[in-house]
Design a binder for this molecule. Structure first.
Ligand SMILES: C[S@@+](CC[C@H](N)C(=O)[O-])C[C@H]1O[C@@H](n2cnc3c(N)ncnc32)[C@H](O)[C@@H]1O
Length: 282
């Protein structure tokens, strides 16, 4: 496991989820935990966009979009005229293409003329390719006006071989006024429970790195970003066996405090929404 500034004893390449797609789908997608994470991050984004005019024609980039829930949701949102999905996993990209295809077919059956999801562009590629492609797409235009209005980096940073380098690259690429939605694996205080007799088998879904929220927030500030929202997704109690009713009750309570200090910085995953200040552009 990593130390808390994102460095790790692991070296090598970013984690491609080709072989983890099914496990990820089973353990996260559609589970109470996964739905909670999705709802909370999406509602932070919605709140941030609340006052955008309907004809905003926004562009979004979902880097490491995985199974594509965020991409699909943005694709259905009338505010966006283009949504880029990138993932280094072709299995993940293929899953998203199938979802888009299915939604188009359903819309055709319902005789809707302009399926919203047609605004989605899916590509197999990493964060660096996404930046290069989008820069190339808009090569001739004024640098201050191009680039996505919203960049989502959800649960990806902790799987990169050089997370801080890549994060800085992304922050630098973003245009003034654009919004970053960053979900990252946060360092949390160790549990004060009795040591286990039998050590648990490390999960394949255990990220390479974890990050200290103070450092993450400092990097955002140093790169000219202002944090507008913080949400702490605490999951400890999820891990205990409990009935669905108990879990839902727990989540109801958790929802009420997730955006309040100090809980908003204490999640196993923290979600930050940050806006690039307009006066930092040279
Ligand atoms: C834990 S999943 C998160 C998926 C999705 N963002 C979510 O929140 O459910 C991490 C994803 O990042 C992808 N990934 C890893 N390194 C990447 C990189 N350098 N560029 C783009 N995607 C990457 C993996 O293939 C995987 O699909």
């Amino acid at each position: 496991m990593a130390d808390d500034d994102g460095k790790s004893s692991r070296s090598g390449s970013d984690r491609n989820f080709d072989d983890l797609k099914n496990l990820f789908q089973e353990r996260i997608y559609g589970t109470i935990k996964g739905n909670y994470r999705f709802d909370m991050t999406l509602s932070d984004i919605d709140k941030e966009l609340e006052y955008s005019p309907k004809d905003s024609n926004l562009t979004a980039l979902d880097v490491g979009g995985g199974l594509g829930q965020v991409t699909m949701s943005l694709g259905r949102n009338q505010l966006f005229s283009k949504v880029y999905y990138y993932d280094i996993s072709s299995e993940m990209k293929c899953h998203v293409d199938q979802m888009i295809q299915k939604e188009r077919e359903n819309q055709t059956e319902r005789r809707e003329e302009h399926p919203r999801v047609s605004t989605i562009v899916t590509r197999v590629g990493g964060l660096r390719e996404a930046i290069a492609d989008i820069e190339q797409d808009q090569d001739e235009k004024n640098r201050t006006q191009f680039g996505p209005d919203l960049v989502c980096l959800h649960a990806v940073l902790e799987w990169l071989s050089n997370p801080m380098e890549d994060l800085k690259l992304l922050l630098d690429f973003m245009k003034p006024g654009s919004i970053l939605s960053l979900l990252y694996y946060n360092t949390i205080a160790p549990k004060s429970s009795k040591p286990r007799r039998k050590p648990r088998k490390p999960s394949k879904l255990k990220p390479y790195h974890e990050f200290n929220h103070v450092k993450i927030e400092a990097i955002l500030a140093e790169n000219g970003f202002e944090i507008t929202r913080r949400t702490g997704l605490r999951v400890r109690k999820f891990q205990r066996d409990g009935s669905e009713k108990e879990m839902n009750k727990y989540l109801e309570e958790e929802r009420k405090i997730a955006r309040v200090e100090p809980y908003c910085r204490q999640g196993r995953y923290n979600h930050i929404v940050a806006v690039k200040k307009t006066d930092t552009y040279e």
